[in-house]
Design a protein around this ligand. Structure first.
Ligand SMILES: Cc1ncc(COP(=O)(O)O)c(C=O)c1O
Length: 389
């Protein structure tokens, strides 16, 4: 497990590295890509071996007999998350943005409101609006640099036109691991306002030491309005395989989803399923444990360096490798701090505005990269904002 040796990703059709100049004007020559959520690490050897087996066989036909794949999911959810999953409840989509789009299509109508706790992963709003539904932003409260839910305000916002809530658990950005009590309040909120709850738990394996993720499906009394979404792609850095799981225990919701999967002609990508089956294994588990320790150290180094810059504040991550840094304290306009990060520090980051209300003064930095790169990024930021010291 080597997370330290830098891997040159230029010229590999990596959106993160090969598109950063086009998207952010950060030069490929000496820029650092810290935006989109994939890691600069190779997946565990068991995943590589699975692909090598496919290559050696050399025939790339349609995937069939998914028993091993479904059993691997069951094993992982049971051993890592204390969640019993029934094989027959699992649908495989082309990733979880696709899974989200499928849920919006299957369970809402044009004009319906879909609730998001913002700032939140930007693709949710894109697919909701793309499908002609309305995004209903419920702003998270930023309490001393940590996001908290604000049900009193959100109850007052509901109009009766809302039919779905998409929860991000753990939360991206900001990295909150929602507590069982918070999740229970989310479930109660959905019942109060008759919302279907879609729980996107794609980051559930990337949890920092000392924190524990709770699977929404393990809460009592929510299953008849719950759709779960999980994936191997974020955990094992195989996002290019575009595979995700939508897991539905309620038979009526499941039948509706199955109907739309048929209507859209969605069937699994064999590369994704071969890799996922290999990843959900004891070897994959040991790799994730080591990864989380590495990410935790990266996060500590990044936060210590960035929080020394007057006016910058990095949210303490409980999960994910996506540091969420608030530039509000600099008093600078958004264009100015973005210019300094992109043009002076030459770092490509995600801008906060697409994450929704409350994101405007933030930038999101991807820390899943060798430690030497994190250290270099911190140095560059300290130089770019040196006049504030
Ligand atoms: C919360 C969340 N959901 C989904 C995705 C992307 O999922 P996929 O690559 O499976 O479409 C991301 C990527 O960062 C994410 O943060």
């Amino acid at each position: 497990m080597d997370f330290d040796t830098p891997i040159n990703r230029f010229g590999s059709h990596s959106v993160k590295w090969d598109s950063m100049e086009a998207f952010y004007g950060v030069p490929a020559r000496d820029g650092i890509a810290m935006w989109v959520a994939d890691m600069d690490f190779r997946p565990p050897v068991c995943v590589q071996r699975a692909l090598e087996g496919m290559l050696a066989h050399g025939v790339y036909g349609y995937y069939g007999d998914d028993t091993a794949y479904l059993d691997a999911i069951r094993w992982w959810m049971q051993t890592r998350h204390g969640w019993e999953v029934d094989r027959g409840h699992i649908f495989t989509t082309h990733g979880l943005v696709n899974g989200t789009a499928m849920c919006v299509d299957a369970f809402t109508k044009p004009g319906d409101g879909v609730v998001l706790f913002t700032p939140i992963y930007h693709a949710f709003a894109r697919v909701i609006r793309g499908a002609g539904r309305e995004v209903v932003e419920c702003p998270l409260a930023n309490v001393n640099g940590r996001y908290e839910m604000d049900f009193a305000a959100w109850d007052a916002q509901m109009t009766g036109r809302e039919t779905m809530l998409i929860l991000c658990s753990p939360h991206n950005p900001g990295g909150r691991v929602w507590s069982p009590a918070e999740l229970q309040r989310v479930a109660d909120f959905c019942k109060r306002h008759n919302l279907l709850l879609v729980s996107d738990e794609i980051h559930h394996d990337l949890v920092m030491p000392g924190h524990k993720h709770t699977v929404m499906a393990t809460l009592p009394g929510i299953s008849e309005r719950l759709v779960m979404m999980t994936a191997t792609t974020k955990t094992f850095n195989i996002a290019g395989a575009h595979s995700g799981n939508v897991i539905i225990s309620d038979p009526t919701l499941r039948a509706r989803f199955a109907e739309r999967m048929n209507a859209m002609g969605i069937s699994p990508n064999s590369f994704g399923l071969f890799m996922a089956t290999a990843a959900y294994s004891p070897e994959g588990a040991a790799w994730v444990d080591a990864l989380n320790l590495y990410l935790d150290e990266n996060r500590k180094i990044f936060d210590a360096g960035v929080n020394q810059i007057p006016g910058l504040k990095s949210m303490p991550l409980e999960a994910t490798y996506l540091a969420w840094v608030d530039f509000a304290g600099t008093g600078m306009a958004q264009a100015e701090f973005i210019d300094r990060v992109q043009k002076v520090a030459k770092i490509a980051t995600n801008h906060g505005t697409p994450f929704g209300a409350g994101g405007e003064s933030f930038l999101r930095f991807n820390l899943a990269t060798p430690r030497s790169v994190v250290i270099e990024a911190v140095k560059r930021l300290q130089t770019a904002f040196a006049d504030l010291q």
